[in-house]
Design a protein around this ligand. Structure first.
Ligand SMILES: *Cc1c(COP(=O)(O)O)cnc(C)c1O
Length: 391
């Protein structure tokens, strides 16, 4: 098989991982099969005994899923990728593979709400404790790390305020305490940021977002070294079964082929929108790492090759004005999904962050006037016009 590591990113995004069948198909094949047949009883026995490599059952391996795994591993610069049925399944599989009762997770407070719930309420029942700290306050991370801490977990940029964590600094902290840094790279994708090259140990993806890019399928992935994924994490995959379906793997594989172009277009439009929003008198504040007014603009420039497609802003007048603006749009999709070609608009305080108490929302900086936009690929002047109908 070709060693794709010799090739540039855009070439790998289109070519890596494809294995042609005897049919000579040009586009990647889909193998919707639950099991695989053996030539004879001896081969079946050899496959089950692992003395011969090969497919047995699609919960373990499937050729279409493997193509997606090889392609994404190549893009993130990781030795191994394990595809999962969702982004949450990727996080769960990683935790089940690497943690046991008594272990401690140190996580950013600004992570996906369902991840907070998974850590606090579900893993908590199995004796794994989590402490949440401020993403950008290094002294909080330092103070909260304990001998029991096995994982540091973060997203950067964060949702919805686009705060940036210094990946290298936190990777060094993790390693000094015999622990691992896990980065959920959903917002940047490997096009804009490659956390493994900055010292992170494991990457999480919700493929549901930019990797698909057109809002069609739910899926996820874990990327990292063979030493962590090959046995501990893969054995959870095999025995607990949060497997990605071949059809979804095929959609994500084709999504990766256009990821680079899409991310560049998302970044371009998001910057235009953020700069324009910053000049509107009805807008209190804009959060976008590409703005020089962003508190960590320099760090974002150093760590990322683009600033992403998520723009958040506060309108004057709180929830009432925020809802009014959202309801005045004609074509933007009022939905919590992101990373789509279609622009989406959400009111975090009453949706994604609606389950938090007022005090938790205050601490998290989620104001009542905050709106989050995932900038899509429609013409930017139409997006702008749709937002400005009420401002
Ligand atoms: C959506 C999302 C997840 C969860 O992914 P699913 O595919 O919905 O399970 C995890 N992390 C981030 C940052 C997300 O945006």
């Amino acid at each position: 098989m070709t060693d794709w590591n010799e090739f540039e990113f855009d070439t790998r995004a289109i070519r890596a991982g494809q294995v042609r069948t005897e049919e000579g198909e040009h586009s990647e094949a889909i193998f919707p099969t639950s099991s695989f047949v053996f030539k004879n009883a001896a081969q079946a026995a050899a496959r089950f005994a692992h003395t011969e490599e090969g497919n047995i059952y699609s919960r373990f391996t499937n050729p279409t899923v493997r193509t997606f795994e090889h392609r994404l591993a190549s893009l993130e610069g990781g030795e191994r990728c394990i595809a999962t049925s969702s982004g949450m399944a990727a996080i769960l599989t990683t935790c089940l593979g690497l943690l046991k009762a008594g272990d401690h997770i140190l996580a950013s407070r600004s992570i996906f709400g369902t991840t907070v719930n998974l850590f606090s309420n579900i893993l908590g029942r199995f004796g794994v404790e989590t402490t949440f700290v401020n993403l950008t306050d290094f002294s909080e991370w330092e103070a909260a790390i304990t001998p029991k801490t096995k994982l540091l977990f973060l997203e950067t940029p964060s949702n919805p305020l686009t705060e940036i964590a210094d990946i290298k600094q936190l990777a060094d902290l993790a390693h000094a305490h015999d622990s691992l840094l896990v980065v959920d790279n959903c917002f940047c994708t490997p096009v804009l940021q490659q956390p493994l090259s900055l010292g992170a140990d494991i990457i999480i993806h919700s493929a549901t977002k930019y990797l698909d890019g057109q809002g069609r399928c739910i899926g996820g992935a874990v990327v990292g070294p063979e030493s962590l994924l090959g046995t501990d994490i893969y054995s959870i995959m095999r025995s607990a079964g949060p497997t990605m379906s071949p059809f979804n793997a095929w959609v994500f594989t084709k999504g990766l082929e256009t990821l680079s172009l899409r991310m560049k277009a998302h970044c371009e439009s998001a910057l235009i929108l953020a700069q324009w929003l910053e000049q509107q008198p009805a807008i209190e504040r804009v959060y976008y790492p590409g703005l020089t007014s962003h508190a960590q603009h320099e760090l974002a420039k150093k760590q990322q090759t683009g600033f992403g497609g998520i723009v958040s802003f506060e309108v004057k007048g709180g929830k009432e004005q925020a809802w009014k603006l959202i309801d005045s749009t004609r074509f933007l999709s009022i939905t919590a999904n992101l990373g789509d070609t279609k622009t989406t608009i959400t009111h975090p305080a009453t949706t994604t962050h609606g389950r938090l108490t007022d005090e938790q929302r205050q601490t998290a900086g989620i104001k009542d006037g905050l709106i989050r936009i995932s900038v899509g690929l429609e013409n930017i002047s139409d997006i702008q016009a749709d937002i400005s109908r009420d401002i």
